[in-house]
Design a protein around this ligand. Sequence first.
Ligand code: CDP
Length: 226
Amino acid sequence: MKSITIAIDGYSSCGKSTLAKALAKELGFTYIDSGAMYRAVSLYIKRSKIPIDELSSKEVKEILADVQIEFKWNRETMLSETFLNGENVENEIRGKEVSDSVSKIAQNKNIRTILVERQREMSKGRGVVMDGRDIGTKVFPKAEVKIFMTAEPAIRAERRYSELKAKGDTITLEEVIENIRLRDYNDSTRKENPLRKAEDAIEIDNSFIGQEEQLGMVLKIVHEKI
Ligand code: CDP
């Protein structure tokens, strides 16, 4: 299998990571969750109470030099988990506090520059599936396959709510709806690399498409490309 780059972008909670993981598994590629990187940086900034927007690009660079983000495979859960400076923060970065602050942090130009560099570095010389908001437009404008995913807002909120409930989170459906609404707004209206469909991306609305069917559709696109 030729190593290519597959970029998956789209609004919050429309199943990007589910598709990206399944594709990576099927193709033997590496899956990189760019959103987890923004979430981990948000957690670090929140914990250390850094007034990030008041800092110069040099200062942000120095701070982020101390933020190591890794993905490790958990053999028991069969899931990839996010580590921040050696600590497993997978659960914490998915919780309400980080979800409420991440899209503000992700507007910071200096943070974006550094994380985009890291995302490119992590992908060098391998087949990669990366999901996020700016993967097809900014991180890999030459990605061989670009997918732009959408789904109806009410369906996205239900999916995220069920996912969080299953993990024991006490969040309410109304809080999930509000979080998704706010992040969609922030992500698509920000100045730096806003969320938008790349001209050459293929749009898939998966409101009424099952996971298997969706995977089949995208695998077909991938095989046509390579
Ligand atoms: O999984 P979900 O769609 O809810 O979000 P995520 O992929 O975990 O991303 C969390 C947040 O990080 C997004 O709402 C964006 O604000 C930011 N993000 C970004 O700005 N650029 C990316 N490439 C990925 C995420």
